[in-house]
Design a binder for this molecule. Sequence first.
Ligand SMILES: NC(=O)c1ccc[n+]([C@@H]2O[C@H](COP(=O)([O-])OP(=O)(O)OC[C@H]3O[C@@H](n4cnc5c(N)ncnc54)[C@H](OP(=O)(O)O)[C@@H]3O)[C@@H](O)[C@H]2O)c1
Length: 426
Amino acid sequence: MSSARAFDVVVWGATGFTGRLVAEHLARDYKTGVRWAMAGRSQDRLEKLRLELSEQYGGELRDVPILVGDIKDQASLDSIAAQTRVMLSTAGPFALMGTPVVDAAVRGGCHYVDITGETPWVREIIGKYHEEAKKKNLRIVPCCGFDSIPFDLGALLVVRHLAERYGKQPARVLNVVMGSKGGVSGGTIASGMNAFSEMKRKPELRATASDVYALVPPEAKGGDGEFWGVQFCRELGKYLAPFVMQSCNNRVVHRSNYLLRYTEDSRDFRYQESVAAPSWFAARSVQLGTIAIVTAMSQTWLHPLLKKMLPAQGEGPTREMMLNGFYKNRVLAWSKEPAGEAPVLVQAEVGDPHRDGGYWGTSRMLLESALCLALQQKELEADKTLQKGGVLTPASAMGMLLVERLRKAGLTFKVLEDGAAAAGSS
Ligand SMILES: NC(=O)c1ccc[n+]([C@@H]2O[C@H](COP(=O)([O-])OP(=O)(O)OC[C@H]3O[C@@H](n4cnc5c(N)ncnc54)[C@H](OP(=O)(O)O)[C@@H]3O)[C@@H](O)[C@H]2O)c1
């Protein structure tokens, strides 16, 4: 890629709820060292945002360039992609608005990151762009928000620790949300509703959406499924209930395993995602509540009513909610051993003690992913464990380099304890 490009990062969708937070992190924390521009469909809204940022964070921000594009005008997106090393996109629903942006990135020769959680769309762009991006050494990396960075990089952390400390491969990884606090935005709700509307229009998408192996080739499918039950986890002393965003994260982690070969035969790798609860009754409530939410969202006739009750597009949690939010995950990995031998258990803590994962956290994770691709190209090239191009996952595109960046940004990625453990978790 030409280093003569004007920008390291272009923030596409800067005027949206999450895009604005990305622009704010840049304005506040990267006053120097990063060449960036804000982009979107409305010159007026972008100018308003730039003015607000300059009033809040310094007059020099009045010079941040503005690029205007339209998803129905491919040439306008191509022109933006040609000027930057990385296109960062927060404009969703991605199934409606994402493909022309990825198309511009791949043809225009820049890397790409986004925060989609819409796996049927991710599968579509793998089919369309993986090979070309691979040939061109371009890293196209969807799912760089709360879905799925903490889960994908959490799994990578424990798998790497098993390999480096014990020379072992994992049989199984369990990612558990131990606690979290935050809100939800209108854009997220719109994307969820659109996913269900699309499934109604195209019933074939239903099978993709419920397949934990949706993002790997058919020959790489193993025997995993989604976890919708309630079970006891002996290691944590907690009950486990289903986690709603397994619908994205499981697929991403399985793609990372496929691309990075966590196990010699990637089909042997098992992965589960859950929420911890203090009692069986609490876990059962979470399970039933999760099923109720998914069922309500899947009823398209309810969408007009839900839209009236929930935040509108462009709206989201208050700053206070985001800065008083937190999330704390526990990741467990059991090594693969011959029958009858006790596996090694490795555990890690992943999270952010001071900010929500959904928006403040997501915008930061997305920005750090973009900066990793824009500014750490030599280190990325030197890391032989990483994929150099294609439609990738955070773990397979940036791996431990991104973990390091996120640690510096205040996130927790900590291996807790290790040693032999009894087989099984529940
Ligand atoms: N993975 C995660 O953890 C995570 C977390 C948060 C959000 N998300 C996802 O991120 C996306 C954005 O969420 P949000 O709450 O920030 O949404 P939002 O506030 O509604 O912002 C959407 C953005 O898309 C732009 N946009 C809408 N229609 C467009 C069009 N036709 N052409 C060009 N741009 C268009 C909007 O521009 P205007 O300002 O001009 O309208 C705005 O910048 C959603 O898909 C959501 O699900 C994911």
